[in-house]
Design a protein around this ligand. Structure first.
Ligand SMILES: C[C@](O)(CO)[C@H](O)COP(=O)(O)OP(=O)(O)OC[C@H]1O[C@@H](n2ccc(N)nc2=O)[C@H](O)[C@@H]1O
Ligand SMILES: Nc1ncnc2c1ncn2[C@@H]1O[C@H](COP(=O)(O)OP(=O)(O)OP(=O)(O)O)[C@@H](O)[C@H]1O
Length: 292
């Protein structure tokens, strides 16, 4: 038996850090949404109980370091499953990009195995397993649009934002999330995003207010480490984007626009500058879509 599950990328519409915690993580408050730039995870039942993985991108680890592999191991142990699985990841989301590609693969694996292994678990139960893998995994289990608190695992579901286009551009650098958080001086943050305004903009589907409320306190840290990220932001703004922000710990920057004509202008301007440029839409549905 084989099933395929979509693993969409996420963007952060806001990312605020409130405090550094004694466990080394940071207390965050962030609004996240999924977009239709997605990996695909194929899951094939293995009767011998083994867990194996292949990925279309050869540089992505194919063992326990892979978040999807880890998800399968954790679920198998926790629910004492006898069967195994072969996972194949068709990678479309750029790696180490601030788009939660690995987290989304893990979440898609949890959703797919729930079906393949007939576990009958709720999304809340899958998200609890996901939290053991990474802070972004619980959000990715649900998808859609949400406010995430704690270290990212406390999820409140939100409405679908105003319809718009999302143009994503990733400069050819990988960014370590741990390094970016490590370089953040929480007491010195002077650009806290307007989270309340973002929540209002989403509930009222107010596109201009959503663009105004975009904000990410990790942006300055990554910008100081990688000046190319600032150049991409400036290029997007000069090409007519309605709102521009870095996603997560970066280095991917996204532009929001409502008029389709602007999409082409921004895309063409960026393609002369970086190779990885994607045009996407925000996903409305809360639960990741099963393909088959
Ligand atoms: C930047 C974001 O992607 C925004 O959505 C997340 O906050 C990070 O999510 P993630 O990549 O799933 O993060 P994890 O794999 O849990 O943690 C990677 C590293 O980031 C740092 N980290 C992560 C989350 C958090 N709330 N505080 C942190 O300080 C820690 O040093 C941790 O060792
Ligand atoms: N399934 C996977 N896909 C991509 N990378 C993975 C995967 N599993 C583990 N990794 C490792 O995780 C690291 C981060 O990759 P990922 O693409 O998830 O980063 P990211 O998009 O910045 O994540 P986040 O936004 O959650 O911080 C990579 O260096 C990669 O080696």
């Amino acid at each position: 038996m084989r099933i395929s599950v979509k693993a969409p990328a996420k963007i952060n519409l806001t990312l605020d850090v409130l405090a550094k915690r004694p466990d080394g993580y940071h207390e965050v408050e962030m609004v996240m949404t999924t977009v239709d730039l997605a990996d695909r995870v194929d899951l094939t039942l293995r009767g011998d109980g083994e867990i194996t993985l292949d990925c279309s991108a050869s540089f992505v680890p194919d063992d326990i370091r892979n978040h999807a592999y880890k998800a399968a191991v954790l679920l198998k142990e926790r629910y004492q499953v006898r069967e195994g699985v072969h996972l194949y990841i068709d990678k479309q989301i750029p790696v180490a990009a601030g788009l939660a590609g690995g987290s989304s693969d893990a979440a898609a694996t949890l959703r797919g195995l729930n079906q393949l292994w007939n576990l009958g678990l709720s999304l809340d139960e899958l998200a609890a397993v996901g939290a053991q893998i990474g802070s972004d995994v619980p959000f990715c289990v649900y998808g859609g649009t949400a406010l995430a608190k704690g270290r990212g695992e406390q999820i409140t579901h939100l409405n679908t934002p105003a319809p718009c286009w999302v143009i994503l551009a990733k400069p050819p650098i990988g960014v370590s999330t741990a390094d970016v958080y490590g370089n953040l001086r929480v007491q010195e943050i002077d650009n806290h995003p307007l989270t309340g305004q973002m929540l209002r903009a989403i509930s009222e589907q107010d596109f201009p207010m959503m663009c105004q409320a975009l904000g990410n306190v990790l942006e300055n840290v990554t910008l100081s480490l990688h000046p190319q990220v600032r150049q991409i932001k400036e290029l997007m703004m000069a090409s007519g984007a309605d709102g521009v922000l870095m996603s997560g710990s970066g280095p991917t920057v996204f532009a929001l626009v409502q008029k389709e004509a602007k999409v082409h202008r921004i895309y063409n301007a960026l393609r002369g500058f970086v190779k990885d440029v994607f045009v996407a839409r925000m996903l409305g549905a809360q639960e990741g879509e099963m393909l088959a």
